[in-house]
Design a protein around this ligand. Structure first.
Ligand SMILES: NC(=O)c1ccc[n+]([C@@H]2O[C@H](COP(=O)([O-])OP(=O)(O)OC[C@H]3O[C@@H](n4cnc5c(N)ncnc54)[C@H](O)[C@@H]3O)[C@@H](O)[C@H]2O)c1
Length: 285
């Protein structure tokens, strides 16, 4: 059901790669709520991915930008304002990538060149994007910026690797810049800490299947899906949340407040009963 929550609003969506992407679902939902959008991703992702399909179904423009390049970001904001004939109301940062994760390099043997790349792509790009928008005065007063995060910023989760550090930086940027942009232009900046979600980036994390099963069993409301994340993003872009800023907002079915659940305990007990079983679920890699 649509509520016209974003009628007349204009936004930029970073990070839609394919129909599984959280950003893809946000773009579809924002379109249904009446928003006009520019979709952006790296030039290679635009060439190799399916973004033109989304651009067509949502009537959006596509402008390539590597989010680590300030030059690309300047071009993106300039072209977007030109196309909209005005400023922007909302921005979604839905970007994450770790070469260490991709190459299965463990956290106690990190390649530091890759680590820098992880931080640049997954966290510093958030700062670059916000700083560029502010310098160009590209956002309307009471605009909204949302970045996507994960609970590994606060808690250690096996195999999340250097992405955990990137998420901690991302969430900190939302607070540090949220103060400045809020004070000067009433622009709000928040991060949403989303449940594990089966996307290209999500499934790249080792042990993803076991993780998503664990969080499903631990969360009283179950894992939050990508579509539900899109619903939440739309509320943060809307005028209904004008005084929410500098927050990391958990969207995880209650997982972040749990210690142990009955469903997880039942599964854990099964594995204890059958220590050497082939189908021991804790052997899932
Ligand atoms: N999937 C999950 O389990 C999960 C959980 C919590 C948070 N998140 C976060 O959600 C966000 C979106 O990820 P997703 O799960 O939809 O996966 P995804 O793979 O669909 O999206 C990641 C996007 O980042 C883009 N990207 C990579 N490098 C870039 C660069 N230099 N410039 C611009 N874009 C670049 C990719 O092209 C891709 O579109 C990420 O920040 C991710 O960490 C995902």
């Amino acid at each position: 059901m649509a509520y016209n929550l974003l009628k007349g609003k204009k936004g930029i969506i970073f990070g839609a790669l394919n129909s599984q992407s959280i950003a893809w679902k946000v773009a579809e939902r924002a379109h249904a709520e009446g928003a006009q959008m520019v979709l952006t991703n790296t030039p290679i992702a635009i060439r190799m991915g399916e973004l033109d399909e989304l651009a067509e179904s949502t009537g959006s423009l596509m402008i390539p930008a590597d989010a680590t390049s300030v030059k690309d970001l300047e071009n993106l904001f300039a072209k977007t304002m030109e196309a909209f004939d005005g400023k922007i109301d909302f921005v979604l940062h839905s970007i994450g990538m770790s070469p260490n994760v991709r190459k299965k390099i463990p956290y106690d043997d990190l390649n530091y060149e890759y680590f820098s790349k992880t931080l640049d792509i997954s966290a510093m790009s958030f700062h670059k994007m916000i700083q560029t928008a502010k310098k160009m005065d590209a956002l309307n007063e009471w605009g909204s910026i949302v970045g996507l995060s994960y609970i590994a910023a606060q808690r250690t989760l096996y195999e999340y690797n250097d992405m955990a550090d990137a998420k901690a930086v991302l969430e900190s940027i939302a607070r540090s810049f949220g103060y400045i942009y809020g004070r000067e232009k009433h622009v709000r900046i928040n991060t949403i800490s989303q449940s594990p979600t089966p996307t290209t980036a999500g499934q790249g994390v080792k042990g993803f299947n076991a993780l998503i099963d664990f969080t499903e069993r631990m969360s009283p409301l179950g894992n939050a899906t990508g579509d539900e994340c899109a619903d939440y993003c739309v509320t943060l872009f809307s005028d209904l949340t004008k005084k929410v800023t500098m927050q990391n907002l958990f969207h995880d079915g209650g997982f972040s407040s749990m210690g142990m659940s009955e469903r997880a305990m039942t599964q854990y007990n099964k594995s204890l009963e059958c220590k050497n079983c082939q189908d021991n679920p804790l052997n899932v890699e």
